[in-house]
Design a protein around this ligand. Structure first.
Ligand code: SF4
Length: 354
C-alpha cells in the first residue's frame, strides 16, 4: 500500500476511533453477544454468513433450544439439523455445522480449540470465522475479513482493486492484521466494531456519509472513497456470472395421508433435502392436475418448476430410488427446500408452526 495513502488514515487512529464508535453506536444486544461461548459464537457466525441479521435473530434461539450444546448437535440426525435449518438457504452450511460438531466432539472432547489455525481446519470454518470465534470466545488476537470488512477497508484506504482476486485479498489480510489493537481488552470491541460498522454504517448502497440517518461515520475526513467520490466504485463490481434457466417438473403424488418425496443427492441443488421426484412412471388411469408454474431464483440459476399433482387410488407398484412415502404429519420434521415448503403450505399440507 503506498505510503501516501497510509498517511491519510493512520493505523492507530482508525483502530481507536472504531473502538470508540462501537462503544457508542455499535450493537450491544444481539442474542449471540450474551454468554459468548465458542459454540454460540460459531453458530451465529455460520448463520450470519448468508442470512440477514433479522432472520438469524429469530432462528438462532430456536436452533439453540433444539441443539443447546455441540454434543447435542453432533448426536442429532442430519435430517433433524436440515429440518431446523429449513428456510435459511445455503444448506451446505447446515451439513458443515453437523460435521464440524461431530469433529469437535470426537477429536476435541466437545471443546472448540482456541487457536484460530486449528479452528480453521474444522469443516465449514474459514479464516474469518475462526478469528471471530478466537476473539469473542477466547480473547485471542486474530483479524477478521468478511465481505463487509473488505468493503470498509477498501473504502477508507481507497483500494480500487478487484477484491475477488487473491492478490488484493492477501493485501487486505495483511492490512487487517496491522490494524488489530494492542490492548487485549479492546479486541472484542474492535472486532465487533468492524462487524457493526460494515453492517450499519458503511453499508454497500447507503453508507452513512451520503445518507441521512442517525448513525455517523468517524472516518468522513480521512476516508479516501469519500474524499475522491469513489464510494459507488469501491468495492469494484465484477461482472456477474451468467444465470441460466432450467425447467423442471415436480410430481406431487399423494396416496391417502402420504406424499411421495425424494431425498436429493448429496451434491448439487438442495443437496440432502427432501423434494418431489422430477420424473415418474404413472398408471394410465392416474388423473393429473397441473399447478401454476413456480419461479425460484438461485444464485446462478432460475428454476421454472411445473408442479403436477396426482392423487392415487392405489399405491404404486414401484417407486424410484431415493423416494419414500412420507406421512403428512411427518413433513414438518424433514429438511425441505423453501419452495417445497411454501408449495406444501399453499396446499395446506404443512402448517406455519412447522
Ligand atoms: S466516509 Fe462513507 S464510505 Fe467512508 S467509511 Fe465512512 S461511511 Fe464508509
Amino acid at each position: 500500500m503506498p505510503k501516501t495513502i497510509m498517511e491519510f488514515c493512520e493505523i492507530n487512529s482508525f483502530t481507536d476511533q472504531l473502538i470508540a464508535w462501537q462503544r457508542k453506536q455499535g450493537r450491544h444486544h444481539l442474542p449471540w453477544q450474551i454468554n459468548r461461548t465458542a459454540y454460540r459464537v460459531w453458530l451465529s457466525e455460520v448463520m450470519l454468513q448468508q442470512t440477514q441479521v433479522s432472520t438469524v435473530i429469530e432462528r438462532y434461539q430456536v436452533f439453540l433450544k433444539k441443539f443447546p450444546t455441540v454434543k447435542a448437535l453432533a448426536s442429532a440426525s442430519i435430517d433433524d439439523v436440515l429440518s431446523e435449518w429449513s428456510g435459511m438457504g445455503y444448506y451446505t452450511r447446515a451439513r458443515n455445522l453437523h460435521r464440524c460438531a461431530q469433529v469437535v466432539v470426537t477429536e476435541y472432547q466437545g471443546v472448540f480449540p482456541s487457536d484460530p489455525k486449528l479452528l480453521e481446519t474444522l469443516p465449514g470454518i474459514g479464516r474469518s470465522t475462526a478469528a471471530a470465534i478466537a476473539v469473542f470466545a477466547y480473547g485471542q488476537s486474530a483479524a477478521i475479513l468478511d465481505g463487509n470488512v473488505k468493503r470498509v477497508l477498501a473504502r477508507v484506504w481507497g483500494i480500487q482493486d478487484d477484491l475477488s482476486k487473491n492478490a488484493a485479498v492477501n493485501q487486505l489480510w495483511a492490512h487487517a492484521e496491522t490494524l488489530l489493537p494492542h490492548a487485549p481488552e479492546d479486541l472484542v470491541s474492535y472486532t465487533q466494531g468492524l462487524m457493526d460498522f460494515g453492517a450499519t454504517c458503511c453499508t454497500q448502497n447507503k453508507p452513512a456519509c451520503i445518507s441521512q440517518g442517525s448513525i455517523t461515520c468517524p472516518f468522513e475526513d480521512v476516508c479516501l472513497a469519500k474524499r475522491f467520490d469513489l464510494i459507488k466504485h469501491i468495492p469494484l463490481k465484477v461482472k456477474k456470472v451468467k444465470v441460466s434457466t432450467v425447467n423442471i417438473d415436480w410430481w406431487v403424488l399423494q396416496y391417502k395421508d402420504k406424499l411421495l418425496l425424494e431425498k436429493r443427492p448429496h451434491q448439487g441443488i438442495w443437496a440432502g433435502l427432501w423434494s418431489f421426484p422430477e420424473s415418474i412412471d404413472l398408471p394410465k388411469s392416474a388423473k393429473q392436475l397441473e399447478r401454476q408454474v413456480i419461479k425460484h431464483v438461485l444464485t446462478h440459476r432460475v428454476l421454472n418448476i411445473r408442479p403436477i399433482q396426482v392423487t392415487l387410488q392405489r399405491p404404486l407398484t414401484k417407486i424410484p430410488a431415493n423416494c419414500e412415502w412420507i406421512e403428512l404429519a411427518d413433513l414438518k420434521n424433514l429438511g425441505l427446500p423453501t419452495p417445497v415448503r411454501l408449495f406444501l403450505k399453499n396446499l395446506d399440507l404443512i402448517h406455519d408452526d412447522a
